[in-house]
Design a protein around this ligand. Structure first.
Ligand code: DPP
Ligand code: ZN
Length: 874
C-alpha cells in the first residue's frame, strides 16, 4: 500500500479520444475487447502510455494493428506501461474477467443472477486496461452480447443505436454516449428487469424517455422515484438553468450495492434502498431519502459529469456541490419556510453526529485531502456534508443571485473539462468580484473551527458589540491552523422576543452576516435600545462550534421566540445537552437523578404550540443523540450516557403524559398515506410522542403501541410502534417481531429494518447479535444486510457495543476481518467504528486497542482497512 499525494499530480501523457468496448457477458468468463484511439497530450512531457488493470487476464494487446510482445510493455502491479509509442495510437486490448467471483461489488459483478457495474472511483480497471483517471475523458461506444433468456435487458450509457439477435440464443445491444466522459462514469447492466417509463417534456421542448428499472415483483414501488426524477429535472431547469442533455435517462435498482447510488452518464445505478417505495414497505424517512438521492444523482449530470474532477483529491468539487444542490432541492420541494428550516436542522444534526467526530478523529482530512492510500476511504461526511457546507457558505457570502452567476460562469468556463476545487472557487469569486483567497482554507485545513463569542452592551451609547475569537484544533499532519473566513449570521432579540432592527453595515433587515476572517474581531451594532439576547450563527451559517456563555434564561428566551427556527431549535438542544451531561455525571457517581421543571415546561410549551409545524416541534423535542453527548465528554462513559438519556426520556414521558397523549391523538393521519412533508411531520410528532410515552412504560402506552402496530396503514407507523414495544421491553415485542417478519420476509429492505431495529435495541447484547447472525435471512455478502445488523449494532447501540468486558470489540474485529475477505469497501466502513477509541476510560481503551491490533495483524488485509486501522493506531 502506497500513499498518493495531491501535489504529485501530473497530466496524463496520452489522451483517449474514442473507446469501443465489446462485452461477451458470461458470469464465469466475460471477454472484454477494447479499442482505444489515443494521442500524445500536448500538456505532458512524458512519452509513455500508462494503463491501469486489476484482476484481469490479459489475452491480447495490439498497437496500431501489431501484436505487442512481452518486451514491448511492462506490467508493474496494476500498471501496464508502453514506452515511446508513436504520436497517434490505436490500442486493441482483450481481457477476461470472472464477474461471478467478484464479491467486492467494484467493477463488473453479478447480483441475483444479473450483471451490474460500479466504476467510481477506480472500478473500471477491473473491467479492462485503461488510463483509469478522471482527467482522461473519451467518447464511448459499447457493444453488449449475452444470452437473451437470462439477460433480456442490455443497457449502457447514452443512446441505444442498434440491437438484434445472435446465434445460440444470444442477442446484442449497441450503445453510444454522445458526451466525453471519464471511465468512472461507465456503466452496463445485463439483467432480467422490467421498467416504469414515461416521456417527459423538457423546457426546451424536447421529449426525453425516463425509465426506472427494477426486478419483476417491484414494479409497484417505482412511482416515487419516477416522480422525484421528474421533479429533479424541473428543479434544475428552474433554479440553475441546467437541462437534461440526453434523450434518455435511466435509473436501475440493484440489491447488492456498496453505496447509495451512482451517477453514471444516462444510466444511474441505485441501491434498491433509494428506489423502491410504497406505503406498505417504506417509511417517511425512506421516501425523503429517495427524493434526495434521485435528485443527487440527477444533479451530478452537470456537477460531476459535464464538469468532472481533475483528480480524486478534488472529489468534493462534485460531491460537496451536488449535496448542496440536493439539499436545496429537498428544501424547495417542501416549499414552506419552516419545512426548509427542518431540513436544515437535519443537516446540522448529521454534521454533529458524524462529521464533527470525523474531523476530530484519526481520519480527519480536509474537504480537499492532501493524500490518501485508498480513495474509497475518502467518500466521507467531510467530503460530502462539510463540502456542502463550504458551498453553502459561498452562497451566503455572495448571495443567491451571485451564486447563480458563479455557477453560470463555472459552466461557461469548464463545460467538458476535468477541473479543481480552486476552479470552482475562482468562478464564484470572478463572477461576483469577490476576494475569496482566504476562503480557500476551508478546502485545505481539516478540523472543526471553534468560535468563541463575547458580548458587551453599552446602555448609554446604545451600542452592542460582539467579539469573536476563532481557533481550530490540530488534526493529523496539520498542527497549526490559519484563521478561516467564517460567515456568521447574527440577530438580536429584544425582551419582547422580537428581532431588533440592526444598525450594522451589511445588515439585511434583522439578520446581519458578519465575516470573521481574523483570529479575533469585534463587530459593533448601534442604536440598540435595550440589552439584547444574541442569536448567533443563524441558520447554522458555518460548520463551526459556537461557544457562548448563554444563561438558561437567554436560552429559554431564544427557544420560545427566535425568529430563526434553526437557532430556536439550537437553544433547545443546548438546554437539553447541559442537563444530559449533568445527569450523565450523576449516573456515574451514583448521585440523585433529577430533571428541573423549567426544562419540562419549555418542552411542554413547544409540544403544545399548535402554531408551530408538527415537524418543527418534533425536531425541537428530540434529544441530542448518545453519540453527540459522547463528543461533549472528555472521558466517554457509554453506559452512563445511555442511562441519563433514558432517564430524561422516561421523565418526559411521565410528566408530559397528558400533553403527549393529546398530541398523539391530534396528529393522527387517517386516510390514504401520503409522504408529503406536512403529513410526514404529523406522523413524526405523533410517533415521537409515542416513543416518549413508551419510554415511561406503563400499560396504557404499551397498549397504544400494540394497537398502532396492529392497525398501522403504513410502514412509518408500523416501525414506530414496533420500536416502542421493543424499547419498552414489552412482553408483546417478541410476538410482534415475529409477525412483522412473517408479513415482510419477501421484502429485502423490510427485513433489513427488522434486523436493524433489533440491533439498536437497548437490551440487545453482543450474544443476541451473534444469534441473529445465524438467522436464515442473514448474509455478510449483501452490504445492506451487513449494515442492518452489524453496523447498526456497532454504531447505534453504544451502551451494548462498549460492553465493559470488551466482547463488542472482539465481535467487531471478527466482522471487520470476515467482511474484508469479501468486500473491502464495506469492511473499511465498519473499521471506522473505533475511530474515537482514545476518548474512553483506560480499561475500555485497552480492550479497543487489542481489537484494533487484532485487525491490524490480519494477514490478507485490504488497503482499505489497513489505512483506517493504521491511522486509528497511529
Ligand atoms: N458518486 C456517488 C455519489 O455520491 C458515489 N459513488 O452519488
Ligand atoms: Zn454524489
Amino acid at each position: 500500500s502506497q500513499t498518493i499525494y495531491r501535489n504529485d499530480y501530473t497530466p496524463p501523457a496520452y489522451l483517449v479520444d474514442t473507446v469501443e468496448l465489446g462485452f461477451d457477458l458470461d458470469p464465469a468468463r466475460t471477454i472484454v475487447a477494447s479499442r482505444l484511439t489515443m494521442r500524445r497530450n500536448p500538456d505532458s512531457e512524458r512519452a509513455e502510455i500508462e494503463l491501469y488493470g486489476e484482476n484481469l487476464e490479459l489475452v491480447a494487446l495490439r498497437m496500431n494493428g501489431k501484436p505487442l510482445g512481452k518486451r514491448d510493455y511492462r506490467i508493474d502491479g496494476n500498471l501496464l506501461r508502453i514506452a515511446n509509442p508513436p504520436q497517434d495510437v490505436t490500442l486493441e486490448i482483450e481481457t477476461i474477467t470472472a464477474p461471478e467471483k467478484n464479491t467486492t461489488l467494484n467493477g463488473l459483478y453479478v447480483s441475483n443472477g444479473s450483471f451490474f457495474t460500479q466504476c467510481e472511483a477506480e472500478g473500471f480497471r477491473n473491467i479492462t486496461y485503461f488510463p483509469d483517471r478522471p482527467d482522461v475523458m473519451a467518447k464511448f461506444t459499447v457493444m453488449l452480447r449475452a444470452d437473451k433468456q437470462k439477460y433480456p435487458v442490455l443497457l449502457s450509457n447514452g443512446n441505444l443505436i442498434e440491437e438484434g439477435e445472435l446465434d445460440d440464443g444470444r442477442h446484442f445491444a449497441k450503445w453510444e454516449d454522445p458526451f466525453k466522459k471519464p471511465s468512472y462514469l461507465f456503466a452496463l447492466v445485463a439483467a432480467q428487469l422490467v421498467c416504469q417509463e414515461e416521456t417527459f417534456r423538457l423546457k426546451d421542448g424536447r421529449d426525453a424517455l425516463l425509465q426506472v428499472w427494477v426486478e419483476e415483483g417491484n414494479l409497484d414501488k417505482t412511482d416515487y422515484a419516477m416522480q422525484s426524477l421528474k421533479n429533479s429535472i424541473r428543479w434544475d431547469e428552474e433554479r440553475f438553468g441546467l437541462e437534461l442533455d440526453l434523450d434518455r435517462f435511466m435509473i436501475v435498482a440493484v440489491g447488492d450495492f456498496n453505496m447509495g447510488a451512482m451517477e453514471n452518464k444516462g444510466l444511474n445505478i441505485f441501491n434498491t434502498k433509494f428506489v423502491l417505495a410504497n406505503p406498505r414497505v417504506a417509511t417517511d424517512v425512506d421516501y425523503a431519502g429517495i427524493e434526495a438521492v434521485v435528485g443527487h444523482e440527477y444533479f451530478h449530470n452537470w456537477t460531476g459529469n459535464r464538469v468532472t474532477c481533475r483528480d480524486w483529491f478534488q472529489l468534493s468539487l462534485k460531491e460537496g456541490l451536488t449535496v448542496f444542490r440536493d439539499q436545496e432541492f429537498s428544501a424547495d420541494m417542501i416549499g414552506t419556510a419552516s419545512g426548509r428550516a427542518v431540513t436544515r436542522i437535519e443537516q446540522v444534526r448529521t454534521l454533529r453526529q458524524a462529521q464533527f467526530p470525523e474531523d476530530a478523529g484519526p481520519m480527519a482530512h480536509p474537504v480537499r485531502p492532501d493524500s490518501f492510500v485508498e480513495i474509497n476511504n475518502f467518500y466521507t461526511v467531510t467530503v460530502y456534508e462539510k463540502g456542502a457546507e463550504v458551498v453553502r457558505m459561498l452562497q451566503t457570502l455572495v448571495g443567491r443571485d451571485g451564486f447563480r452567476k458563479g455557477m453560470d460562469l463555472y459552466f461557461e468556463r469548464h463545460d467538458g473539462q476535468a477541473v479543481t476545487c480552486d476552479d470552482f472557487r475562482n468562478a464564484m469569486a470572478d463572477a461576483n468580484q469577490r476576494d475569496l483567497i482566504l476562503f480557500e482554507r476551508w478546502y485545505s485545513q481539516a478540523g472543526t473551527p471553534i468560535v468563541k463569542a463575547r458580548t458587551q452592551y453599552d446602555a448609554d451609547a446604545k451600542t452592542y458589540s460582539i467579539t469573536f475569537t476563532q481557533s481550530c484544533p490540530a488534526t493529523p499532519g496539520q498542527p497549526k491552523k490559519l484563521p478561516f473566513h467564517i460567515p456568521i449570521a447574527v440577530g438580536l432579540l429584544g425582551a419582547d422576543g422580537r428581532d431588533m432592527p440592526l444598525g450594522q453595515d451589511g445588515a439585511n433587515g434583522s439578520t446581519a452576516v458578519l465575516e470573521l476572517t481574523e483570529e479575533t474581531q469585534t463587530f459593533n451594532f448601534t442604536g440598540v435600545g435595550e440589552q439584547p439576547t444574541p442569536s448567533i450563527l443563524r441558520d447554522f451559517s458555518a460548520p463551526v462550534v459556537l461557544e457562548y456563555d448563554y444563561t438558561d434564561l437567554e436560552l429559554l428566551h431564544l427557544f420560545s421566540h427566535d425568529s430563526d427556527p434553526v437557532n430556536r431549535w439550537e437553544a433547545g438542544q443546548r438546554l437539553a445537552m447541559q442537563r444530559l451531561l449533568r445527569l450523565t455525571s450523576a449516573v456515574a457517581s451514583g448521585g440523585k437523578l433529577e430533571l428541573d421543571a423549567t426544562f419540562i415546561d419549555a418542552m411542554r410549551k413547544i409540544l403544545t404550540d399548535d402554531g408551530l409545524d408538527p415537524s418543527f416541534r418534533e425536531q425541537a423535542l428530540l434529544l441530542p443523540s448518545e453519540t453527540m453527548m459522547a463528543e461533549q465528554m472528555s472521558v466517554v462513559n457509554p453506559q452512563a450516557i445511555n442511562a441519563a438519556r433514558q432517564f430524561v426520556r422516561a421523565t418526559i414521558g411521565t410528566t408530559l403524559r397528558t400533553e403527549l397523549m393529546q398530541q398523539y391523538l391530534a396528529n393522527m393521519t387517517p386516510g390514504e398515506y401520503s409522504p408529503d412533508a406536512l403529513s410526514a411531520g404529523r406522523r413524526g410528532l405523533k410517533n415521537l410522542a409515542l416513543s416518549y410515552l413508551a419510554a415511561a412504560p406503563d400499560a396504557d402506552a404499551i397498549e397504544l403501541a400494540q394497537a398502532q402496530f396492529d392497525n398501522a396503514g403504513n410502514m412509518t407507523d408500523r416501525v414506530a410502534a414496533l420500536i416502542g414495544l421493543i424499547h419498552a421491553g414489552a412482553d408483546s415485542a417478541a410476538p410482534a417481531l415475529q409477525a412483522f417478519y412473517a408479513d415482510f420476509e419477501k421484502e429485502a429492505l423490510v427485513v433489513d429494518k427488522w434486523f436493524a431495529m433489533q440491533a439498536a435495541a437497548p437490551a440487545t447484547t453482543v450474544k443476541a447479535v451473534r444469534e441473529l447472525m445465524k438467522h436464515r435471512a442473514f448474509t455478510l455478502k449483501n452490504p445492506n444486510r451487513a449494515r442492518s445488523l452489524i453496523f447498526s449494532f456497532c454504531g447505534a447501540n453504544p451502551a451494548q457495543f462498549h460492553a465493559p468486558d470488551g466482547s463488542g470489540y472482539a465481535f467487531w474485529a471478527e466482522q471487520v476481518i470476515a467482511l474484508d475477505a469479501l468486500n473491502p469497501q464495506v469492511a473499511s466502513r465498519l473499521a471506522r467504528s473505533l475511530d474515537r477509541w482514545r476518548r474512553y476510560a483506560p480499561a475500555l481503551q485497552g480492550q479497543m486497542k487489542k481489537a484494533l491490533q487484532k485487525v491490524a495483524g490480519g494477514k490478507k488485509l485490504s488497503n482499505d482497512v489497513r489505512e483506517v486501522i493504521s491511522k486509528a493506531l497511529a
